[in-house]
Design a protein around this ligand. Structure first.
Ligand code: ATP
Ligand code: MG
Length: 438
């Protein structure tokens, strides 16, 4: 039979690695709550038109990265979501979420882009994103950037060392138009140096040439006219507002006048958190303001700003930076003398679990529970701190033996003692104590 495999560029997330994902997701959920952001979950499949209208036709994503297909049942044009800002905006419009004021939202989940798979770049990957809709001021731009810093710190990353913040302003449409004319003139004057992609974009979306990853183009991009020099008073004031807020909390950043974002819907503030530790896939998180998008997708005009981070890249960075989430071994491993011991052990183990102790039960094989020796080998391999020994002698006395499996603080492991089965609710907490009295 033909061997079935996962689709190229789409990964299984296996234990024990999946524990790192759960650890990260739990931290993100708690952090979002502290900043007042609520969870929103939208479908993985959306009408293709949402992304074409939302992201713009001349973007990498819409031009060449989308998984688009026709629904065989009804002929609908659908796409796997390549990002989630458009989906969030669609949901916000569809359910009139802004009727009573602004909304602060976040999401986590898989996205799909048909790219060349490599380290930090996959076809199914995961994003965590935050969006604040209905708030026009630079205060909320700064809040969103600060949430990122809080997340890095919470995870044990150090800003400045592991991640740096870059910011820019894209101004408003009319300001970009004036800049665009200057930009086209600059690139036309060096037409022979452009690559095919850039030549094509020269007259459709020249700003995106600044986003090119082609190293040969970098000197030309460096010398291009700066959008920041074309900003009007209002845009400049907004940018200054963001900077003042970042300065107030001592968050360091670099103004990168070449920073543009891949999507057409951005205006004013744009930012990226970048790292030197991941090679070419150095952008961990990107975001900015996208005031035109809600109206562009058919909603009542309302401002919006947000960011998305790549979970795989963040986890890779955590590895590179030597951050290891706490190990996830069970607290205790239950060793059973015989099948008859099981019915005595189960009620006790259930009480312990209800009290917050994680207990791995030794599972029977075809020939029963096996020797105590082999069960202890399993207990050791599980990484558990304790073995709970439901032996015949102990059970006959209405007791269970508790054996510490690992040495701590210079004390030897192994001095076992007994506890009364019927009192398990009382001694459960002893199993959670890292330094039990001897
Ligand atoms: P890049 O320039 O690396 O292609 P992008 O500008 O396309 O990134 P965004 O659309 O802004 O990325 O998505 C936000 C974040 O999602 C990125 O900064 C990155 O961390 C992550 N990301 C984007 N595409 C992928 C992918 N194919 N695989 C893994 N992570 C990705
Ligand atoms: Mg990309």
């Amino acid at each position: 039979m033909e061997k079935l495999q996962a689709v190229k560029g789409m990964n299984d997330i296996l234990p024990p690695d999946s524990a790192r994902w759960e650890w990260l997701e739990a931290r993100v959920g708690a952090l979002m709550a502290r900043y007042g952001y609520q969870n929103l979950r939208t479908p993985l499949v959306e009408p293709t038109a949402l992304f074409v209208r939302g992201l713009g036709e001349v973007t990498d994503i819409v031009e060449k990265e989308m998984y688009s297909f026709v629904d065989r049942m009804n002929g609908d044009d659908l796409s796997l979501r390549p990002e989630n800002t458009a989906g969030v905006v669609r949901a916000v419009i569809e359910h009139s979420l802004l009727h009573d004021g602004g909304k602060r939202l976040y999401y986590m989940g898989p996205m799909f882009r048909h790219e060349r798979p490599q380290k930090g770049r996959y076809r199914q990957f995961h994003q965590i994103g935050a969006e604040a809709l209905g708030y026009p001021g630079p205060d909320v731009d700064a809040e969103l950037i600060l949430m990122c810093r809080a997340l890095w710190r919470e995870l044990g990353l150090v800003e400045g060392r592991d991640l740096r913040l870059e910011v820019n302003s894209l101004g408003q449409l009319d300001e970009r138009r004036a800049h665009r004319a200057a930009l086209v003139a600059h690139f036309e004057a060096h037409h022979d140096l452009l690559d095919d992609d850039s030549r094509r974009r020269l007259h459709t979306n020249p700003l995106r040439i600044l986003d090119s990853k082609n190293p040969a183009l970098q000197p030309l991009i460096e010398a291009a006219p700066r959008l920041l020099d074309h900003l009007g008073a209002e845009s400049r004031a907004h940018f200054d507002g963001v900077r003042a807020a970042l300065d107030a909390v001592g968050l360091e950043y670099r103004i990168n006048p070449r920073l543009v974002r891949g999507m057409d819907y951005y205006n004013l503030t744009v930012f990226e958190w970048v790292t030197e530790r991941l090679g070419a896939q150095g952008t961990v998180c990107g975001g900015g303001r996208y005031d035109p998008l809600i109206e562009q997708l058919g909603g009542k005009p309302a401002p919006a700003v947000g960011w998305a981070l790549g979970v795989e890249r963040l986890l890779l960075l955590l590895c590179e930076a030597g951050v290891a989430p706490p190990a996830t071994a069970p607290r205790a491993y239950a060793v059973l003398a015989s099948p008859a011991a099981l019915v005595r052990a189960l009620p006790v183990v259930e009480v312990l679990r209800a009290a917050g102790v994680s207990v791995l039960m030794h599972a029977a094989g075809k020939d029963g529970f096996g020797s105590l020796k082999s069960q202890f080998r399993r207990a050791d391999a599980s990484g558990a701190a304790w073995a709970l020994i439901f032996g015949d002698d102990e059970l006959a006395r209405g007791e269970v033996a508790l054996k510490p499996l690992r040495a701590r603080d210079g004390r030897a492991a192994g001095a076992q003692f007994t506890r009364v089965l019927a009192d398990s609710a009382e001694w459960a907490r002893e199993l959670l104590d890292d330094n039990p009295p001897l």
